[in-house]
Design a protein around this ligand. Sequence first.
Ligand code: NI
Length: 263
Amino acid sequence: MWFDSHCHLNDEAFKEDLRAVIDETLQAGVSGMMVVGYDLPSSIRAIELAAAYNMIWAAVGLHPHDAKDWGPEVRHELEQLLKEPKVKALGEIGLDYHYDYSPRDAQRRAFRELLELAGEYGKPVIIHNREAHGDTLQILSETGVPDAGGVMHCFSGSKETATACIKKGLYISFAGPLTFKNARNLAEVAVDVPLDKILIETDAPYLAPHPFRGERNRPGMVPLVGKKLAELKNLAVETVMEATFRNSRNLFKLDVIEHETDA
Ligand code: NI
């Protein structure tokens, strides 16, 4: 059984054929996934999906693209959402200096305050970091990682950044780019990071793995990331599958809720 630690089935891209995509996911041996919010509507949608499907859990958050919207009102709304039973993380949050859709000072402020909010609610964080490695690490050092930990989603940094994140109590999550032909640096990072600190994800509908690059990504493609990781680390696919599943369950504390849903 595989676990997709980060996907956006709450995205418009899945509006028309969600049921078919979920069937395909199950057929691919993927038995759990975290649907991640990036603003209030997508966070609410993630919760709806988690309520409708046993195999889905939800994260609620505000993407750095929308950090300009951060303030008391959004905070209040997110706090309500964080109380929902299948909400297992705060995310995605972070910094994106590639697109700069929100001013960088607004991004940094939102990131700091959202890290604190996660701490208050005892939730792990899902962190988006694009071309902002220095500031991300600095804020994580100053504000601190919540006790519940977190994950660097779709990791794209260096070995040194990965090591620094792991020291702070974070997991490293690899996505489709690990399978790309030009992914030599990322492959070296993946070899270096201990298996018990790794999650895998699709970030669907974005970043479909090789050989589907450019297509709409789906959670059913997460085994391709896991298989690439097994190849790079010279491990059995089964070993990588079990470890990444276990790591996801540990980070998101999924044991408890599984019993609750079964009852
Ligand atoms: Ni994402």
